[in-house]
Ligand binder design. Structure first.
Ligand code: GLN
Length: 452
């Protein structure tokens, strides 16, 4: 069948199911069908790659020329970027078709998608549950079969945790592996884009397209990109797996724990050996992250001043009134909370006590992982301490922040991580998280693929 037929098929599914899920902020049907026609023509001319004509969705954090990029915020409800993010440019060049922009927590701040200006997303497994966040729209859309794959971003777990909650596969690459150009910045030293799909194999194909150096992102790394599909079938005999003991402690749901331990047994049957390891500074990851991420966010979000782009209040009396009211009206509660925390920790007199201290802790957390990878090839554990929780269940911000206990240290260390579906707990999906050392994406995809 043609890409046009395929695209029309998925657009119909979105039309039918998304009023319940709310996984899309913008659906670009007309553009998608045009792109699909072009892909069909390219195919007829023999100019095809493996992804030519395949429909995808983009988290609404990636700038797209001529299509609204809201970042889940009222602040950018009227924002149309004049350019494409590098990731988008690369996907377009590979012939993929964008069906639209997916819902997300405002400015990627959240773990449940309840912080979106466009309303919460529902988990397709159970409409009373959250899909996870912040890339919850991408995860829900893929899980519900509204699109074969979607792009997400992960600053502290936003690809892996929603992938886990929705029973799909999501990869957060090494910091610097994928360009951040055109991705609206939350915490620049932690943000990284990655694929969310139905299998590790699909993620590998997407990584082949999006990975690589970009002159427009000075933190992207100039290092060769392997073909991530080449090693998917490498045998796992002799693979050394470490189970961090801190990832199996208090607060871990017993059903999640047994699903993860069952998955580890499958690896043993494939010839891997398993041992316990320790990441002794795990306990400090959440406090360090919630100093560093809000600090960077308060700085990044200062550009939304009502002058150059985004929401502008009505009839400002002077410049200060313009700034104040535009920001008060444009940002939601969680975003404001983080701007306040970040501004406080960066201010004179507090900077060393909070920010500098958190950076030192970050270094220790990174060292924990590097030490562990001296002894084992990969680490395994749960992606989240619980399966998807109910909508509205976590009202206080700290209980929400604690959700990120197994994902956040990975971003602080800059290493890659993947979440793979590993059974159910209480009828809701469980994610097995597999971590590797810097630039070990091919290995993570191989290990994930062998389980699937
Ligand atoms: N839940 C974390 C936060 O709220 C991580 C979000 C993300 O990875 N973008 O910051």
């Amino acid at each position: 069948f043609s890409s046009r037929e395929l695209t029309a098929h998925f657009l119909q599914k979105i039309e039918k199911a998304d009023s319940k899920l709310n996984s899309f902020i913008t659906v670009t049907g007309e553009q998608a069908l045009k792109q699909a026609e072009a892909a069909d023509n390219a195919r007829a001319a023999g100019e095809t790659g493996i992804l030519t004509g395949i429909p995808l969705a983009l988290k609404d954090i990636f700038c797209t020329r001529d299509v609204k990029t809201s970042c889940g915020s009222r602040m950018l409800d009227n924002f149309i970027a004049p350019y494409d993010a590098t990731v988008v440019e690369k996907l377009n060049a590979a012939g993929t078709i964008s069906l639209g922009k997916t819902n997300m927590d405002e400015f990627a701040m959240g773990s449940s998608n309840e912080n979106s200006h466009y309303g919460p997303v529902k988990n397709p497994w159970d409409l009373t549950a959250v899909p996870g966040g912040s890339s919850g729209g991408s995860a829900a859309a893929v899980a519900a079969g509204l699109v074969p794959a979607a792009m997400g971003t992960d600053t502290g777990g936003s690809i892996r945790q929603p992938a886990a909650f929705c029973g799909i596969t999501g990869l957060k690459p090494t910091y610097g592996r994928v360009s951040r150009y055109g991705m609206i910045a939350y915490a620049s030293s932690l943000d990284q884009a990655g694929p969310m799909a139905r299998s590790a194999e699909d993620c590998a194909h997407l990584m082949n397209v999006i990975a690589g150096h970009d002159v427009r992102d000075s933190t992207s790394v100039a290092r060769g990109v392997p073909d991530y599909t080449d090693t998917l079938n490498a045998p796992l005999s002799g693979l050394k797996i470490g189970l961090p003991k801190e990832y199996f402690g208090d607060g871990l749901d017993p059903d999640v724990e047994s699903a993860v331990r069952e998955a580890v047994k499958v690896y043993e049957s494939l010839g891997a050996t398993v041992r316990e390891v320790s990441l002794p500074h795990t306990h400090y990851a959440i406090p360090a992250y919630y100093v560093i991420a809000p600090a960077e966010a308060s700085s990044n979000l200062s550009r939304f001043d009502g002058v150059r782009f985004g929401h502008r209040c009505k009839d400002p009396v002077d410049l200060i009134d313009l700034y104040k009211r535009s920001r008060a009206e444009g940002f939601g509660e969680e975003v404001k909370r983080r701007i306040l925390i970040g501004t406080h920790t960066l201010s004179e007199g507090f900077f060393d006590a909070y920010y500098t201290k958190a950076q030192k802790v970050r270094r220790l957390i990174r060292q924990d992982f590097l030490d562990a990878f001296e002894d084992v090839d990969v680490l395994m554990g749960p992606a989240s301490p619980t399966p998807a929780f109910d909508l509205g269940a976590k009202k206080d911000p700290v209980s929400m922040y604690l959700q990120d206990i197994y994902t956040i240290a990975v971003n602080l260390a800059g290493i890659p991580g993947i979440s793979v579906p590993a059974g159910l707990a209480g009828g809701r999906p469980v994610g097995l998280q597999i971590l590797g050392t810097h630039f070990a994406e091919a290995q993570l995809l191989n290990v994930a693929h062998q389980y699937q």
